[in-house]
Design a binder for this molecule. Structure first.
Ligand code: NAP
Length: 310
């Protein structure tokens, strides 16, 4: 095991790269940001920048790993090429545009002996692990997820999100599912769903899901991108010992004994985990959240609603 920093490249210099990845990498001594890759000249001062992955591999400085922060539709091809080049790969969520390609990537990474990390940032929100521990000892009676945000505020001009594979309202909704599948002690599955597609879009703007766990616990999910005013990223779990409420995407945890709000620790937690996986020679690929989204498209009823203009 080497103590030298993991030399990491980042591809897809967009909103999440700038808001979260660059600060988290800079703050973690286990990593050295060594290159950026983006089709536009969107790099950082003093960091070598390449217009595509082939250019990085052919002409760039040596790197050990790459973080892929592009839209999911192009993630498989980039990850497969990076694995072929011997790089450890950090996948932004969702880990791919299809389940089968993520499973294929797992096999490629294993065969190449590199780490594949399918990251789920919401699982690293401060309230999630204490909620998981508290729920492990209780009987869960009902779960309600309310994930309602204004797409014009959070995803302005992101055309990819409305295209096939972009997931539409499931792009944020999969974050709730990543928390749900982490905090409940038993597997969760979809029973039925209704998906609302604007007549001019290929992805849903709202969805209503009925789920269950293997004990038969009813779980309801209300997802909507047309929310103006107060936004909701809430998960409410009723138990035999009182109510657990995760608010603000998992940052605020209310248990019967009180409420704790913590600062944002998601991306520092993700990079700490990625460093640990690389050092230990392991991968972490949990497809459970993507599985529920895929099932919603597979099983859900589709309803057409009025056109949506950005
Ligand atoms: P974004 O602002 O649209 O940035 C994505 C970047 O990927 C773009 O800047 C673009 O850079 C690159 N890209 C786009 N199409 C590409 C293509 N066909 N081939 C190669 N590169 C391409 O999107 P984002 O909000 O950062 O989201 C990116 C991923 O992070 C998504 O999977 C999203 O779910 C996830 N995420 C986003 C947030 C958030 O708050 N925004 C939070 C957590 C996770 P170039 O055009 O310069 O190549």
């Amino acid at each position: 095991m080497s103590a030298s920093p993991i030399r990491i490249a980042l591809q897809g210099v967009g909103k999440i790269a700038r808001d979260q990845h660059f600060p988290a990498i800079a703050a973690n001594p286990d990593f050295a940001l060594t290159a950026t890759v983006s089709r536009h000249p969107a790099g950082l001062d003093d960091i070598p920048h390449f217009s595509d992955l082939e250019a990085l591999i052919a002409h760039g400085p040596a790197v050990d790993a790459i973080a892929l922060c592009t839209p999911p539709q192009v993630r498989y091809a980039l990850a497969a090429r990076a694995i072929e080049a011997g790089l450890h790969v950090f996948l932004e969520k969702p880990p791919g545009a299809t389940l089968s390609e993520v499973i294929a990537l797992q096999g490629l990474a294993e065969a190449a002996g590199v780490t594949l990390f399918a990251s789920w940032h919401s699982r690293y929100a401060a309230g999630v692990e204490p909620a998981r521990q508290w729920l492990a000892e209780r009987r869960i009676e009902h779960v309600s997820i309310i994930w309602r945000e204004d797409v014009r505020v959070w995803h302005p001009g992101q055309d990819w999100i409305w295209q096939p594979g972009g997931l539409g309202v499931f792009d944020p909704g999969i974050n709730a599912l990543s928390i749900l599948t982490q905090i409940l002690p038993n597997p969760v599955f979809l029973k039925d769903a209704t998906l609302q597609f604007p007549e001019n879009r290929a992805a849903p703007i709202a969805a209503d899901l009925r789920l269950s766990d293997t004990l038969g616990t009813p779980i309801h999910m209300d997802l909507d991108w047309r929310q103006t005013g107060p936004q909701s990223w809430d998960i409410i779990v009723e138990t035999d010992a009182g109510t657990v409420h995760l608010a603000k995407g998992g940052a605020v945890l209310s248990l019967p004994k009180g409420t704790v709000e913590s600062p944002d620790v998601e991306y520092p937690g993700l990079y700490a985990r990625f460093a640990e996986l690389v050092r230990d020679g392991r991968s972490d690929v949990d497809t459970a959240p993507l599985c529920i989204v895929a099932d919603s498209f597979l099983r859900g009823q589709r309803v057409q609603v009025e056109a949506f203009e950005d």
